[in-house]
Design a protein around this ligand. Structure first.
Ligand code: FOL
Length: 196
């Protein structure tokens, strides 16, 4: 029996919750951060894996601007079902061209029909869904100028609780460095928040 899908949010943010700048990431290329994103979004929880040798893949839901920001050679993100959420599915389909019939992303507006009133971003909309049980937040310890922000400060939220190291490791199925990571002089830390 197929289970109802659960949604996990994943993002990297500065101390002021900045997540983007001018259509790209505000910080320099962080291989270990991007590698973490790629590994974790590819990794299917054993709980979600079918018993009868069924191979499941995760879906990655992203906004259209994030799709645009991914280098063409990396998209669609491999080993994941890519779903691009856009209000204008028609224009987006056109922009993909005919090659999309072979290996394009799924385009969604239908799933979001209930939510499309909200002009808000994907994170805001997804945060309000009861299916969203977890947020994997990478805390970038440096401040960068940003023009796009995550809508909720999870640390100060009454509904989101920061998981401890073991809970994070159990969820991502890998060990996580104690004091965070430093790359190119940028310190960052992988965190998990769960709806209480
Ligand atoms: N970091 C975290 N922690 N969560 C995110 O949701 C997130 N999203 C982005 C960037 N960092 C994040 C959105 N932007 C690729 C490029 C841009 C992008 C997301 C993904 C990308 O090309 N990903 C490849 C890996 C490429 C590589 O290894 O360099 C992939 O396969 O995921």
């Amino acid at each position: 029996m197929p289970k109802t899908p659960s949604l996990t949010l994943i993002l990297a943010a500065t101390p002021s919750l900045g997540i983007g700048k001018g259509g790209t990431l505000p910080w320099p290329q962080l291989k270990k951060e991007m590698g973490y994103f790629a590994r974790i979004t590819k990794r299917v929880s054993p709980r979600a894996n079918g018993s009868e040798g069924t191979r499941r893949v995760n879906a990655v839901l992203m906004g259209r601007k994030t799709w645009d920001s991914i280098p063409p050679k990396f998209r669609p993100l491999k080993d994941r079902l890519n779903i691009v959420i856009t209000r204008n599915t028609e224009d987006f389909e056109k922009s993909l061209g005919s090659k999309s019939e072979v290996e394009g992303p799924m385009v969604a507006s239908g799933i979001l029909d209930a939510l499309k009133q909200l002009e808000a971003n994907i994170y805001q909309t997804a945060l309000e869904l009861p299916q969203t049980k977890r947020v994997l937040l990478t805390k970038i310890h440096e401040e960068y100028e940003c023009d796009t922000f995550f809508p909720v400060n999870l640390e100060e939220s009454m509904v989101w609780k920061k998981a401890n190291k073991k809970e994070l490791e159990d969820f991502v199925c890998e060990t996580v460095e104690e004091g965070g990571i430093e790359e190119k002089g940028v310190r960052f830390e992988f965190c998990l928040f769960e709806r209480e």
